[in-house]
Design a protein around this ligand. Structure first.
Ligand code: GTP
Ligand code: MG
Length: 314
């Protein structure tokens, strides 16, 4: 699937990455979230994207393939893009416990330095006789160590995605925590700029009142210029600058610079996530009109408050 297809946005969708080894039951869980029922899945190649709404909470679900090739290539990116991880294990399969433990902690470590995030640990296949009890699994996987991660909100459940056991509890937890989290992730951008690699603006989306603040505007633009002149072809460099009541997040890809100006209390983690999604989208298109539309959607802007400056033809 091309990224254009899955990198769509719902107004308040909470992005979640569903992780676990092959055959753990990730897609079975996703299907149940979508339909409320059991449907026999097929193995996931790469990533499968779904969007769903449960009561007042919306979710953007990245159901990832569990095979090693996907774990080593695409997992990390989706983990970074998400507000939380849902890790699914087959509780009836002793042989995969060690590997699950390794992958689980590797995933948690990617999120550890972020802002607050969710961890939902699902011990699936409770309907099978060989299924281990929750206490054993918590011990085997060192799950009690999650208490040492201050920015993680976590819970474990023993579930069956086949029979539906505990599914409602899982959904209730998810909905409740996701709604709390989403308010903490709000950002209200003052300016978003796409520039050439040398820092020259291609287009920018500016909050109308920013024009009145020449000091702020020139500070931001010169930070972008400095960033552009200091980096040498390094893909994916990102810089955070704090400056008197504001934060700048500036990032470069091979050909472009992206910079976002937000308030001091806005979530820089959310800003980073949005810039990464925009980078990803831009890799697939040369069309600035299309990019512009995508950015407006990604930033969820109320366009009565903003103006667009362009150096390209519409
Ligand atoms: N008995 C039982 N079988 C289950 C349960 N959940 C899933 N399965 C079965 O486990 C198999 C694998 O399920 P998937 O959902 O495809 O597993 P996955 O984690 O998405 O696997 P990949 O996409 O390959 O990474 C399927 O045959 C499911 O029917 C459960 O709770 N109980
Ligand atoms: Mg799957």
């Amino acid at each position: 699937m091309s990224s254009k297809n899955y990198l769509r946005f719902s107004k308040k969708g909470v992005p979640l990455a569903i992780l676990g080894l092959p055959r753990a039951g990730k897609t079975t869980f996703t299907n149940r979230m979508m339909t409320g029922q059991f449907t026999e899945p097929i193995p996931t190649m790469g990533v499968h994207f779904e969007r769903t709404k449960i009561q007042d909470a919306s979710f953007d679900i990245f159901d990832l393939g569990g095979h090693k090739i996907y774990r080593e290539t695409i997992w990390e990116n989706y983990i970074r893009l998400s507000y939380g991880i849902i890790f699914v294990i087959d509780s009836a399969n002793r042989e995969t416990i060690e590997e699950s433990k390794k992958e689980f902690w590797r995933s948690v470590n990617i999120k550890k330095s972020d802002e607050e995030f969710l961890i939902l640990f699902l011990c699936n296949k409770s309907d099978l006789e060989e299924s281990m009890d929750l206490e054993t699994l918590v011990k085997e996987l060192d799950l009690y160590k999650l208490a040492e991660i201050p920015n993680a909100t976590y819970q474990f459940f023993k579930v069956s995605m086949k029979t539906g056991e505990n599914f409602d509890h899982v959904m209730f937890w998810l909905q409740n925590k996701a709604n709390k989290l989403i308010h903490k992730r709000d950002i209200s951008p003052l300016m978003f700029l796409v520039g050439q690699r040398d820092g020259l603006p291609i287009f920018s989306i500016d909050r109308k009142e920013i024009k009145k603040d020449a000091y702020l505007l020139s500070g931001f633009l010169s930070a972008v210029k400095n960033f552009a002149s200091e980096i040498f072809g390094e893909e994916g460099t990102m810089q955070f600058i704090m400056s008197e009541g504001h934060k700048y997040i500036i990032s470069a890809t091979e050909n472009h610079i992206y910079a976002l100006l937000i308030g001091i209390n806005d979530s820089h983690e959310e800003a980073r996530r949005i810039i990464e999604i925009i980078n990803e989208f831009h890799r697939e298109t040369d069309d600035f009109n299309e990019l512009e539309r995508f950015i407006l959607k990604a930033l969820k802007l109320d366009m009565t408050q903003y103006e667009i400056q362009r150096t390209y033809d519409q």
